[in-house]
Design a protein around this ligand. Sequence first.
Ligand code: ADP
Ligand code: DP6
Ligand code: CO
Length: 356
Amino acid sequence: MVYQATASAPVNIACIKYWGKRDTKLILPTNSSLSVTLSQDHLRSTTTSRADPSFAKDRLWLNGKEEEIVAPGRLATCIAELKKLRKELVEDKDSSAPKLSTFPVHIASFNNFPTAAGLASSASGFAALVSSLAALYALPCSPSTLSLIARQGSGSACRSLFGGYVAWEQGVLDDGSDSLAVEVAPRSHWPEMHALICVVSDDKKGTSSTSGMQRTVQTSELLQHRIKHVVPKRMKEIEAAIKAKDFDAFAKVTMADSNQFHAVALDTEPPIFYMNDVSRSIIALIVEYNRVAIEKTGKRKAAYTYDAGPNAVIYTLQENVKEIVELIVKYFPQKDGFKDPFQLFAGGSVGEGRVV
Ligand code: ADP
Ligand code: DP6
Ligand code: CO
């Protein structure tokens, strides 16, 4: 008998950014966040898990290279939590169910886009890992319950369990049981929304999200202002904008929050720079594009946002995709090949969450 399951998960790109932990072990954030899950056509992680009593220990290969699983690290925590659920929810209830919770697992995962380059590989990666083990173990769990486990792999991963528009509610409890992802709206609510991903650099970032945000928590006064006085208001604004399908309001708050996230990175000691000159030129281009649009119609037509890396994500509505792609290609000519300094994955629509 072969016990094996494969699952894929897409990346999500935050409009209101998560940056800071109040509990580094459980991965509990200092503020709530909200993201859009992209379609799996472009950026996804695909993970296969196999349980076998003949395996000596749990092992994981990422893009063909083995990663150490060391307790109490993130991989070990996620695997242990899922084995525990397998025992409690399946094996203890049905004595004929195979005791998969006692078998070591081998896990192989592939990202079809740059890993650790600020394109949210930790989000799709841990969402796919949790989804493949949940499928292997036939866990009767909701996406929100699985998001509690994915969160302990990488905070942003909890949001990739859902498609469409997703909030990660920071929660108030010390055990983290209320710090989970919830769907704000399904993708079908606003299917015209598109994300253009502009790969400025596929290099591994100099400062990982984990260590960068920890340094920000320790040293930035601006972060304290952001947590208390800015994010709560913005969460309400963006949820209202999504519900009303008000792109202008969505764009305004998304760009403001990207700017403030990079400002708190700069306010960190020593400062962290995730954007580069190309990133800033793309901002200038979108600002100018919106200036013309506002002059004509009073409304913005595009929103840039940058995670912890130089790569731009531009949110816009379907009707503007062609125009924006042409504009970007005009100012940033494309060359062939993946290693080129600038590669555009155009036209990624909003997608579903994990696919088992
Ligand atoms: P990113 O901006 O790509 O999310 P992070 O610094 O947040 O970068 O996280 C990158 C790390 O996430 C990787 O070094 C690896 O440990 C983990 N990761 C990425 N992809 C996967 C995957 N498919 N499966 C498991 N872990 C992954
Ligand atoms: C800028 O989720 O990668 O992309 O929880 O330490 O794994 P860890 O960090 P991670 O941080 C993501 C930061 C961000 C903003 C966001 O996705 O909300
Ligand atoms: Co990440």
